[in-house]
Design a protein around this ligand. Structure first.
Ligand SMILES: *[C@@H]1O[C@H](CO)[C@@H](O)[C@H](O)[C@H]1NC(C)=O
Ligand SMILES: *[C@@H]1O[C@H](CO)[C@@H](O)[C@H](O)[C@H]1NC(C)=O
Ligand SMILES: *[C@@H]1O[C@H](CO)[C@@H](O)[C@H](O)[C@H]1NC(C)=O
Ligand SMILES: *[C@@H]1O[C@H](CO)[C@@H](O)[C@H](O)[C@H]1NC(C)=O
Ligand SMILES: *[C@@H]1O[C@H](CO)[C@@H](O)[C@H](O)[C@H]1NC(C)=O
Ligand SMILES: *[C@@H]1O[C@H](CO)[C@@H](O)[C@H](O)[C@H]1NC(C)=O
Ligand SMILES: *[C@@H]1O[C@H](CO)[C@@H](O)[C@H](O)[C@H]1NC(C)=O
Ligand SMILES: *[C@@H]1O[C@H](CO)[C@@H](O)[C@H](O)[C@H]1NC(C)=O
Ligand SMILES: CC(=O)N[C@H]1CO[C@H](CO)[C@@H](O)[C@@H]1O
Ligand SMILES: CC(=O)N[C@H]1CO[C@H](CO)[C@@H](O)[C@@H]1O
Length: 436
């Protein structure tokens, strides 16, 4: 049982954490009796587990599970007892950068290889000709799903969801789920394709899929807004992990010797400093001799894409996933795949704490239409740049007009969904026309 945190340590940690949380407004309450037990606290029960359990062999791992937390500086997490213990079970990355502020563009970057100038948490949709890592995975038959805690139903499209407060039933209902932390639903190529939207799943579906042995190979997990530290604190996230992750580390249906678990944070909390986030690689696929070590290579959220490209020999998106400076492959994966990482001196790290200054299709103040990817780029998997249907490859970055401030014209980007909808309907309220 290489990953079990010793029970005495757990008890010690929990007692300290409880003490810390007692001082803040909310205390962690487990939403269920265990991560593999469905609960009414998650609004709907799962009835259809995934069916496909085929496994495409990777060079370094057969499954990657990303788990994303929120808004915490590296040092704060690294000095929290639970996370200190967790780091000893895997490899701690000390120079893993989020790509910008605030939250949403970081989640989009991890799927699309770019955040397209986005610098807010407004509700957007990204047209279906824009590729994501999901295209690359499906192209090679690698199965995938995202599991979103407290999302009320599979493929839910609303901006947020309020549910009874399970931690404090006498309190008002609580908004536990936010679309801005659910990257697949933001891309039309997924949300508007029924065959794909069913892989945008709930935590009850997670329980069902694991119990039925059909947990996919590429998994993106978003805990709810209190468990991910967003509305709480990293100590609260630690208690959630004690409840959710620790038992799963010891469950071969989730964590086998071919599983990589990449636990990260969307962004640093202090904008005036470099955007370094606590990121740790756990799971049986982490070579034994590396467990408990630190790696100071420069990585970013784009590395999560390049790492799977390298592992499964995938194509690329031709965006920042192919920009060698910012997309180093996790070093033990690079070693097994023959990919050569680049050394970036600290004084040349990108300023990924910057926000709002990048032109793009999702920046109303500096709007530039979506461009086609760089068709000649080669990523860590060596395969071709993926082209989605409807892509106009003549729309190169160089061919696009200069940025325009649409806000100055009392307008916004055509890709913003406005007014913000809370409807669960899986449709784009103002696609291709002026929003009311
Ligand atoms: C891990 O699994 C083994 C075998 O199923 C079990 O004996 C052990 O108690 C488990 N440890 C934890 C911490 O869950
Ligand atoms: C919901 O969570 C609360 C808090 O832990 C728990 O007391 C309750 O039993 C849960 N409800 C269900 C139906 O599991
Ligand atoms: C970004 O971080 C650097 C330090 O790495 C700092 O000098 C700079 O002022 C920060 N920028 C902003 C916009 O806060
Ligand atoms: C690659 O990333 C670096 C650091 O952010 C940036 O300066 C450079 O412009 C990027 N290159 C391309 C082609 O996007
Ligand atoms: C596109 O990719 C090629 C091959 O890597 C590279 O030489 C070129 O600079 C890239 N073009 C742009 C505009 O980034
Ligand atoms: C992508 O599709 C949208 C919607 O059809 C279109 O407006 C845009 O020009 C296309 N962009 C590219 C780069 O193909
Ligand atoms: C593709 O973009 C080019 C350059 O803007 C444009 O002239 C052409 O009409 C577009 N093609 C399609 C099919 O939209
Ligand atoms: C934008 O709206 C403001 C306030 O309604 C108005 O004063 C201004 O003339 C409008 N500007 C444009 C470019 O329509
Ligand atoms: C639809 C499906 O396959 N779900 C099954 C998962 O496993 C449980 C327990 O064996 C079944 O009850 C479900 O029907
Ligand atoms: C480099 C880094 O980790 N960035 C900063 C994130 O925020 C904390 C502040 O607590 C800094 O100490 C880190 O240096």
């Amino acid at each position: 049982m290489p990953f079990a945190i010793f029970p005495s340590v757990v008890v010690f940690l929990l007692s300290n954490i409880r003490l810390a949380c007692a001082l803040s407004a909310q205390t962690f309450e487990p939403p269920s009796t265990g991560p593999l037990v469905q609960t009414a606290n998650y609004t709907t029960f799962s009835t259809d587990s995934l069916q496909d359990a085929t496994v495409v062999k990777g060079k370094a791992f057969d499954r990657i599970i990303q788990v994303w937390f929120e808004n915490t500086d590296f040092d704060t997490t690294a000095s929290t007892p639970f996370f200190e213990e967790l780091a000893k079970q895997g490899v701690l990355f000390t120079n893993y950068l989020a790509t910008t502020h605030p939250s949403q563009p970081n989640y989009v970057a991890a799927l699309g290889g770019d955040f397209f100038g986005m610098h807010d948490d407004n509700m957007y949709h990204i047209p279906s000709n824009i590729s994501t890592v999901i295209d690359l995975l499906e192209d090679k038959g690698v199965t995938w799903a995202t599991y979103q805690e407290n999302m009320p139903e599979v493929g839910f499209y609303g901006s947020s969801f309020k549910a009874p407060n399970y931690g404090n039933p006498s309190a008002a209902p609580y908004t536990y789920y936010y679309r801005k932390h659910n990257p697949p639903i933001i891309f039309d190529s997924i949300s508007q394709d029924e065959a794909r939207a069913k892989y945008v799943r709930t935590f009850n579906d997670f329980a069902n899929d694991v119990v039925n042995g059909t947990l996919p190979q590429w998994v993106f997990v978003t805990p709810n807004i209190i468990n991910d530290a967003h509305d709480t604190h990293v100590d609260f996230a630690a208690e959630f992990l004690e409840y959710w992750l620790v038992p799963l580390l010891n469950d071969t249906r989730v964590n086998s010797d071919r599983t990589l678990i990449l636990l990260t944070f969307d962004e640093n909390d202090t904008h005036a400093i470099e955007n370094t986030v606590f990121t740790v690689a756990l799971g049986g696929a982490v070579p034994r001799e590396l467990r408990g070590t630190k790696d100071d290579t420069l990585y970013t959220h784009y590395s999560s894409i390049s790492t799977v490209e390298a592992n499964w020999g995938l194509g690329s998106l031709g965006r920042q996933d192919t920009n060698a400076t910012v997309s180093n492959v996790l070093s033990f994966v690079a070693e097994k795949t023959g990919y050569k990482n680049v050394h970036v001196p600290v004084d040349q790290f990108p300023q990924y704490n910057l926000s709002g200054i990048f032109p793009g299709a999702l920046n109303a103040k500096a709007f530039v239409p979506f461009a086609a990817p760089n068709l000649t780029a080669v990523g860590a998997g060596g395969g071709p740049v993926f082209l989605r249907p409807g892509l106009n490859t003549s729309l190169t970055p160089e061919s696009l007009p200069p940025p325009v401030n649409l806000n100055a014209q009392n307008s916004t980007t055509p890709w913003q969904i406005s007014p913000r909808t809370t409807s669960g309907k899986n449709l784009i309220p103002c696609a291709g026309r002026k929003c009311p």
